[in-house]
Ligand binder design. Sequence first.
Ligand SMILES: NC(=O)c1ccc[n+]([C@@H]2O[C@H](COP(=O)([O-])OP(=O)(O)OC[C@H]3O[C@@H](n4cnc5c(N)ncnc54)[C@H](O)[C@@H]3O)[C@@H](O)[C@H]2O)c1
Length: 246
Amino acid sequence: MTDFDNKVVIVTGSARGIGKEIAAAFIAEGAKVVISDVNAEACAATAKEFGDRAAAIPANVTVKSEVENLVKQTQEKLGGLDIVVNNAGVTRDGLFVRMKEEDWDLVLNINLKGTFLMSQAAAPVLMKQRSGKIVNIASVSGLFGNYGQANYASSKGGIVALTKVMARELAPRNVNVNAVAPGFIVTAMTDKLTDEIKTSINKQIPFGRMGQVKDIADAVLFLASERASYITGQTIAVCGGLTMQS
Ligand SMILES: NC(=O)c1ccc[n+]([C@@H]2O[C@H](COP(=O)([O-])OP(=O)(O)OC[C@H]3O[C@@H](n4cnc5c(N)ncnc54)[C@H](O)[C@@H]3O)[C@@H](O)[C@H]2O)c1
């Protein structure tokens, strides 16, 4: 018996990477998980891999009608909704002075507006039942402003602020809203970096290495559990000490 037995969880952007690991961790603890992603094919393949505790419901988090439909279908197919993990996110890095407006818009739309739309679609259900957890995936980039990531850092800093606002507004209805800010994690997103950049990053991390997807899933499950029921509006950096406060 775990906190998550038969709880219904939506994880956005969970066809691969960190989201897929988060979904796997919830399933391992007895939850029923909606694998949602803009890539419908990958979404179906991942859900199939997980078996009958997973359902594939594709959705683009930037489209209000799609996230509304995601919530509706989740309730119809899985019988409720308890936890939402806003994980879908992208990068389009480049120096601020040369950054294309379309790259700014794309990243802000998916990362920040997507988190807003998904949470707004799910919140009425959680508020009405007077229980629920929202966990947003931010990034250390949004805390310290990573070089070459004006769009991404702004979107993730926005998520940190949005988390606090939603936490204040939903606390009276017993809904917790928190965020996890991953540091550098071994995924397709960081595989794109050159070996030289990876070496220089590792030198800045007190543990001397990048994190694993499981490190993020563990923090998300903690924040979504009853063990974190008195925690809200917080962002936990899971980054090997990269962003510790002085
Ligand atoms: N990998 C890292 O080191 C790292 C560090 C800090 C934060 N993060 C954050 O963790 C989250 C997951 O990152 P990842 O490394 O697993 O990335 P990833 O690229 O492997 O996975 C992201 C998933 O989101 C999906 N997605 C993209 N746009 C979408 C949209 N509009 N609607 C729905 N789904 C969409 C993609 O199809 C993909 O499956 C992101 O929010 C990312 O910003 C990652």
